[in-house]
Ligand binder design. Structure first.
Ligand code: FAD
Ligand code: SF4
Ligand code: SF4
Length: 445
C-alpha cells in the first residue's frame, strides 16, 4: 500500500470524521497559521494534516526532539530542507506542503515500531531459516532483538587504525568494495572527537579513514539526495537504528517525485545505539567534569560507561547517565537498540574488548557476510544476554518517554493532529517554530 493509499484508507475507515479528541481550532496549535484557519472555517478536515515543514519543525525540531537522522531532508522531493547554523534541519527554499518531512520522521509521523513489526514486512524480506544458529536468549523474532539468523564476535583480520571495537564494519566494507560486491558506502567520518560528517566512500582507503564511532548525528540520510557518481550502483549505508528505520521507509515507499539513492542501498549496517549526544553540550559537560576537551581524541560508550581518551591516556570513565543532559532528548523515545531494520547489526556489547558483536539478520546480510568471510576473524556468539538486557532497558525508557502509544501492530503513520493531542503538554510539547527555520514558508508560499 502506498502512503497516499494508507491515508485514504484511514480516512475512509473513519468516515471522514475526526475523533472527538481532535477538536482543535487554529489557536490550539503553536504552529497554526492562516491556512489552518481557512481549512477549519471551510470545513476541510483533512487540511490540518497536510503538513508544511514548519509544523514538523514545531513538533520535532523546536520541541528539541530531533535526533539528526536527516530523514526529513532525504524525504523532501523539492530539496527544500537543509541544515541550519544550529546543526538542525531548516528550510532552504520554498516548502510545497507535501507532508513528506512529517511522514518519514521517526519522531513525528513514522511509527518505527510498526515498520519493523513481523507483520509489516520489510525492504529486505527475511528469507533465511528463523533461529537457525543464534542459540541465545532473544533469537529469531524476539521482541527485544528482532530476527537474527546468526550472531558472531568479530575482529577484522587487518585492523585499520582508529576502529572503535573489532573493526568489523571497516574490514567488511573494505573487502566488499575491493572485491566489487559494493561500489560505495554512506558512512560518517570524524571531523573531530565530537563532530562527524556523512559522506559516500567509494574506496577502501576512504572507508578506513572513517573508522571509529562519532557520537554525533550529522544527518547522514541527506547523502541519499546527492548523485552517486558514474558506476556507483550498489551501496551500503552505515547508521544508527533511527537512520536505518527511515532508510527502510524511503525504500518501501518511494515516490516518483523524489530523486533518491535509497533504492541503491543493498546493505544496511545498523550500529547498536542507546543514545547520541549534542556535541556542543557534551563538550561543555566534559569541560565541567575537568576534561580538557581539545585533548579528546576518542569517546566510547561501553556497558553504561562514558569513556573519554586523549592520544595517550584515559581522561574520564563515568556512568553515561551522568551526561544525560548532553544526550539527545529524542533518544529517550527510541526503543530500537539493535537496529531492527538492518541487514547486519553491529555493536560491542556481549563481545570482549577489541571485538565487535555482529547480528546477521537478513538474506542481504547473509550474502554480504559470506562475501566478506575472508576479511574477518569470527567466533560464534552464544550469549546475547547483555544485548537483550540493554534492549529491554531501552524499550522501558521509551515507554516512559513516549507521549504516544507504543504499538507495533498499530498504523505505520501518525497524523499531525494526533501528535498535537498527545504531545499537548510537558517538555516534549509542540513549540512555535523558530522564525529563522521556516521564514521561507511565509515569504514565498
Ligand atoms: C551514536 C552511537 C551510539 C552507540 N552506542 C552503542 C552502545 O551503547 N552499545 C554498543 O554495543 N555499541 C554502540 N555503538 C556502536 C559502536 O560504537 C561501534 O560503532 C560498533 O561496535 C562497530 O564497531 P567496529 O569497530 O566494528 O566499527 P568500525 O570499524 O570502527 O567502523 C565504525 C563505522 O561506524 C560509522 N559511524 C561512526 N559514527 C557514526 C554515526 N554517528 N552515525 C552513523 N555511522 C557512524 C563509521 O562511518 C564506520 O563505518 C554506538 C554507535 C553510535 C554511532
Ligand atoms: S528526527 Fe530526523 S527526520 Fe525528524 S526532524 Fe530530525 S532530522 Fe528530520
Ligand atoms: S538512541 Fe535511537 S534515536 Fe537516538 S541516535 Fe540512537 S538510534 Fe537514533
Amino acid at each position: 500500500m502506498t502512503l497516499a493509499e494508507h491515508h485514504r484508507a484511514r480516512a475512509a475507515a473513519e468516515g471522514g470524521a475526526r475523533s472527538t479528541k481532535q477538536r482543535r481550532g487554529p489557536l490550539d496549535d503553536p504552529a497554526a497559521d492562516l491556512r489552518d484557519e481557512i481549512a477549519l472555517a471551510g470545513g476541510m478536515p483533512e487540511l490540518p494534516d497536510k503538513i508544511w515543514f514548519h509544523k514538523t519543525a514545531a513538533a520535532v525540531i523546536d520541541a528539541q526532539r530531533c535526533v539528526g537522522c536527516g530523514g526529513c531532508i532525504a524525504a523532501c522531493p523539492s530539496r527544500s530542507i537543509g541544515v541550519a547554523e544550529d546543526g538542525k534541519p531548516t528550510l532552504v527554499k520554498m516548502c510545497t506542503g507535501c507532508s513528506a518531512c512529517w511522514d518519514y520522521c521517526p519522531l513525528a509521523g513514522l511509527r518505527t515500531e510498526a515498520l519493523h513489526a513481523p507483520s509489516a514486512g520489510d525492504a529486505t524480506p527475511v528469507a533465511i531459516g528463523a533461529g537457525e544458529s543464534a542459540a541465545a536468549p532473544g533469537t529469531a523474532g524476539s521482541i527485544e532483538l528482532g530476527h537474527i539468523d546468526s550472531s558472531w564476535s568479530v575482529s577484522g583480520k587487518a585492523k585499520a587504525a582508529g576502529v572503535q571495537d573489532g573493526g568489523a564494519v571497516t574490514a567488511l566494507l573494505c573487502h566488499l568494495l575491493a572485491t566489487g560486491f559494493l561500489d560505495g558506502a554512506i558512512m560518517t567520518r570524524r571531523v573531530d572527537a565530537f563532530h562527524g560528517e556523512p559522506f559516500l566512500a567509494t574506496s577502501p582507503d576512504e572507508v578506513r579513514a572513517a573508522a571509529g564511532t562519532v557520537y554525533h548525528q550529522s544527518h547522514p540520510l541527506e547523502v541519499l539526495n546527492e548523485p552517486l557518481g558514474n558506476g556507483v550502483e550498489r551501496i551500503a549505508f552505515v547508521g544508527t537504528p533511527c537512520q536505518i528505520s527511515v532508510l527502510r521507509a524511503l525504500q518501501r515507499f518511494p515516490w516518483k517525485y523524489r530523486r533518491s539513492s535509497a533504492g541503491a542501498v543493498v546493505l544496511a549496517i545498523g550500529l547498536f545505539c542507546t543514545r547520541s549526544f549534542d556535541p556542543d553540550t557534551l563538550e561543555e559537560a566534559l569541560g565541567a567534569a575537568g576534561v580538557a576537551t581539545p585533548e579528546v581524541t576518542r569517546i566510547d560508550v561501553r556497558e553504561g560507561k562514558l569513556v573519554v581518551h586523549s592520544a595517550s591516556t584515559e581522561l574520564l570513565c563515568r556512568p553515561v547517565k551522568e551526561f544525560h543532559a548532553a544526550s539527545l532528548k529524542g533518544c529517550d523515545e527510541c526503543a530500537d537498540f539493535t537496529g531492527l531494520g538492518a541487514d547486519l547489526a553491529v555493536g560491542n556489547l556481549a563481545s570482549e574488548p577489541g571485538r565487535s558483536t555482529v547480528l546477521v539478520r537478513t538474506q542481504a546480510g547473509l550474502d554480504a557476510w559470506a562475501a566478506a568471510a575472508g576479511a574477518l576473524d569470527v567466533r560464534p556468539l552464544e550469549d546475547l544476554t547483555p544485548v537483550v538486557r540493554t534492549a529491554a532497558r531501552d524499550r522501558r525508557r521509551a515507554m516512559r518517554s513516549l507521549a504516544r502509544p507504543f504499538d507495533p501492530d498499530g498504523p505505520l503513520w501518525m497524523r499531525y493532529t494526533e501528535h498535537l493531542d498527545l504531545y499537548a503538554e510537558g517538555e516534549r510539547s509542540v513549540q512555535p517554530p523558530a522564525e529563522f527555520r521556516s521564514h521561507h514558508f511565509e515569504v514565498t508560499c
